[in-house]
Ligand binder design. Structure first.
Ligand code: UDP
Length: 396
């Protein structure tokens, strides 16, 4: 029996960005207490707190402080620390987002039979090298309710045997976020983009590229990382690179010679990042969220991924593919030229109508009020039940 609570579990930078408006709306309901739990996966100011401040997200009620040298340590801490918290809270449901180590906390919920909700469900890259692919497949199959961004994602889930009745198509919340935190504040960004702002960073407005790179399959493979750096070296302007700490460490460990036009800095806050993104020539990235943001903001991108769970940016004509593990078929200079062919082009983005966060929050609240978090059975359930319930026919 629930005590009138909803647990909302997040743990990394893009989680705060994507969930900011969902959380805001959920916290407005007076008949439902949302308990925001931070896993602790990201903890420094430039990866966590600055995003809370810039996106007006009130701090988490609970911080699990899960850290570790390896993914295994973080995941182990998460499962063991979240379990007693959920056991004490007994929420009506626990909500997770995305495909990170933090989503493995769903195993604690599963052990306690607390309904699981997955936001950003049924995305698939079909690239089994990616831990994220394994995480999202696992949590989708543990989930009772799934919010999928698009019908094509729902179809992917249904093809895996998930019941369509558990999957709600809602659109992509990044559009809502950019509407609120960029488009509604354009003047602020124009003021920010002074000559001095760029000079302080060693670049000039409109005469640089932005780059991010953090995916394990790119960073932990020396050849892939080298081909990414080769791509950057082919840029006809400086490449400003706020590099994740993992990437910085690996570049040091591999003792890689960095291209002369590459400016490596620590990760930066959201406003600074958006300002750099909209004033760049284009962005080179393996980030899921950044390609979407670039698509919405009209900035051409190179998606540095063998495969992506976000092909819509290609449909829109906003992005060029670069497979770092196959530079032979994706020659860096050709990829740069393709990126340049997108300069000045406009496209319609197809990611959402700006109402996704509200849609998710409203649906969560309705389910809470109507106690409607229980999952419908898998599509082939009736066949399964016929066999699994077969016995000697005696009912007592
Ligand atoms: N971002 C940021 N500062 C940075 C790099 C990225 O604010 O130095 C933002 C970016 O705008 C996007 C999100 O962080 O919203 C992307 O995070 P990341 O690439 O780590 O995660 P992914 O989207 O791949 O899960």
């Amino acid at each position: 029996m629930s005590d009138g609570k909803l647990a909302f579990v997040l743990g990394i930078r893009p989680d705060v960005i994507r969930a900011a408006l969902i959380l805001e709306k959920l916290r407005e309901y007076s008949d439902m207490e949302t308990v925001f739990i931070w896993s602790g996966q990201h903890y420094s100011d430039n990866l966590k707190s600055i995003f809370f401040r810039e996106l007006n997200v009130a701090p988490a009620e609970i911080d699990l402080g899960c850290r570790g040298e390896s993914d295994a340590e973080i995941v182990a801490a998460l499962i063991s620390r979240l379990y007693p918290v959920l056991e004490g809270l007994r929420p009506a449901a626990s909500v997770f987002l995305g495909d990170t180590n933090t989503t493995t906390g769903a195993i604690s919920s599963a052990l306690l039979n607390i309904p699981i909700v997955h936001i950003e469900g049924c995305m698939r890259s079909y690239d089994w090298r990616m831990p994220e692919e394994k995480y999202r497949t696992t949590i989708d199959h543990l989930s009772d309710v799934i919010y999928a961004y698009f019908q094509e994602y729902k179809d992917q889930g249904v093809r895996e045997g998930l019941n369509p009745d558990n999957i709600v198509v809602v659109g992509n919340p990044i559009v809502d976020i950019l509407n609120r935190y960029y488009f509604a504040q354009r003047e602020k960004y124009s003021e920010m983009a002074s000559e001095e702002f760029f000079a302080q960073r060693g670049i000039r407005k409109g005469e640089y590229y932005l780059m991010t790179c953090h995916r394990r399959e790119n960073v932990h493979n020396q050849e892939s990382l080298e081909s990414i750096l080769q791509l950057a070296s082919k840029a006809d302007a400086p490449v400003y690179f706020p590099a994740s700490y993992r990437t910085q460490k690996v570049m040091r460990d591999f003792i890689i010679q960095l291209p002369e036009n590459l400016l490596v800095v620590d990760p930066i806050g959201y406003e600074e990042f958006l300002c750099l993104l909209v004033n760049s020539r284009g962005v080179l990235t393996d980030s899921g969220t950044v390609v979407e943001e670039a698509c919405v903001l009209g900035v051409p991108s190179v998606q540095m991924r063998r495969s992506t769970e976000r092909p819509q940016v290609y449909d829109a004509g906003a992005s060029v593919k670069f497979d770092p593990s196959d530079p032979h078929n994706f020659p860096p200079d050709l990829v740069m030229r393709k990126l340049q062919s997108l300069f000045g082009k406009r496209w319609e983005h197809n990611l959402g109508d700006g109402k996704t966060s509200e849609r998710i929050a409203t649906d969560l609240h309705r389910r809470f009020v109507e106690n409607d978090f229980n999952r419908h059975k898998p599509t082939d359930y009736r066949i399964t039940i016929a066999r699994s319930y077969r016995g000697d026919g005696l009912i007592v």
